[in-house]
Design a protein around this ligand. Structure first.
Ligand code: SF4
Length: 320
């Protein structure tokens, strides 16, 4: 029965909330159907005070084998590298993270804060936060670029703000059932099965993207959100339109631009109103183009597409 320990650093609990909404399998199924023994979790763990400290110490000493160490939230180093601003069970959290990562068979970082530093690490980064093995796009982070867990894998990064519950549960099941060998990671240590395609893959607005028909307001049921509202779907790696949220929808399906939250640079434009939901352009051409598209190609393609746009592309296609 694999032991799983889940701790939280500089975070809002968003990934925990997302995880607790998992359906197939649910958090409960991980225990009953897949035999994962949750040693402790911030919302589910029963131990407190000295009992919790003893549990963590027993993992560090090896008395309790630690198969999967899950970390949510940034590693807080402030003030002055001591980590005292984020104490937990009698010690700076960062000291627990260092000690537990050394003995864990697998280390899994959940959400942007644990993977890249996320919002806490955004300039001026007052908490001196880092991700477990990255700081934004720079490899290294708190554990260092050479870190490998006992399994030989580096930190498995599952980004998102928050990450989708299925991305978490499917990786945990893979690891817990001895199928970790099937998990391939991309250059940012994200599972390739989820993070090779783009948010745009499966978006219901792809026809509008192709004809350069733009949505100009949130929630509009026609038009693509790229041309005016700053959608980052064409350059963000995520399966948000393949593995739907609540089995129902996604941001772009609901008329809300993708914010690029699975990429190391998130939050783009520091989420400044008036900037983040507005396509940044130079001479009418977006500064950030779809992945792999150059400026000359974009100008040719969109010029022809706009001229060819059919009337139906300007209408609400979901009205019966
Ligand atoms: S740019 Fe955004 S809204 Fe438009 S098709 Fe791509 S993902 Fe959908």
């Amino acid at each position: 029965m694999p032991n799983l320990l889940w701790l939280q650093g500089g975070a809002c609990s968003g990934n925990t909330m997302s995880f607790l909404n998992a359906e197939e399998p649910s958090a409960c199924d991980l225990v009953t159907d897949f035999g994962i023994n949750i040693l402790w979790h911030p919302s589910l763990g029963m131990e407190l005070g000295d009992n919790l400290k003893r549990l963590l110490q027993s993992c560090v000493s090896g008395e309790t084998p630690l198969d999967i160490f899950v970390f949510e939230g940034s590693v807080v180093n402030a003030p002055n590298g001591t980590g005292e601003w984020n104490r937990f069970a009698g010690h700076p959290m960062k000291d627990w993270v260092a000690a537990l990562s050394k003995v864990a068979t697998f280390v899994v970082a959940l959400g942007d804060c644990a993977t890249w530093g996320g919002i806490p690490a955004t300039a001026p980064n007052p908490t001196d936060s880092q991700g477990l093995q990255f700081l934004k796009r720079a490899h290294g982070g708190f554990l260092g670029a050479d870190f490998k867990a006992k399994s030989g894998l580096p930190v498995i990064n599952i980004p998102g703000c928050p990450c989708h519950p299925d991305w978490v549960t499917q990786i945990l099941v893979g690891v817990a059932t001895g199928n970790a060998g099937a998990i391939t990671l991309d250059e940012f240590q994200r599972p390739s099965t989820f993070f090779t395609s783009f948010t745009q893959t499966g978006c219901t607005r792809n026809m509008h993207f192709a004809y350069k028909v733009s949505a100009t307001e949130f929630g509009q049921r026609k038009g693509c959100l790229f041309y005016d509202l700053g959608c980052r779907g064409p350059m963000t790696h995520s399966p948000c339109n393949r593995i739907l949220w609540n089995r129902q929808s996604s941001k772009t399906r609901a008329g809300m631009p993708c914010l690029g939250c699975t990429e190391p640079e998130f939050p783009f434009f520091e989420l400044e109103p008036g900037t983040v939901f507005k396509t940044q352009t130079v001479m009418g051409v977006p500064k950030d183009l779809p992945a792999g598209v150059n400026q000359a190609g974009y100008i040719k393609l969109t010029g022809a597409a706009k001229a060819a746009a059919p009337q139906w592309a300007e209408e609400d296609i979901f009205v019966p």
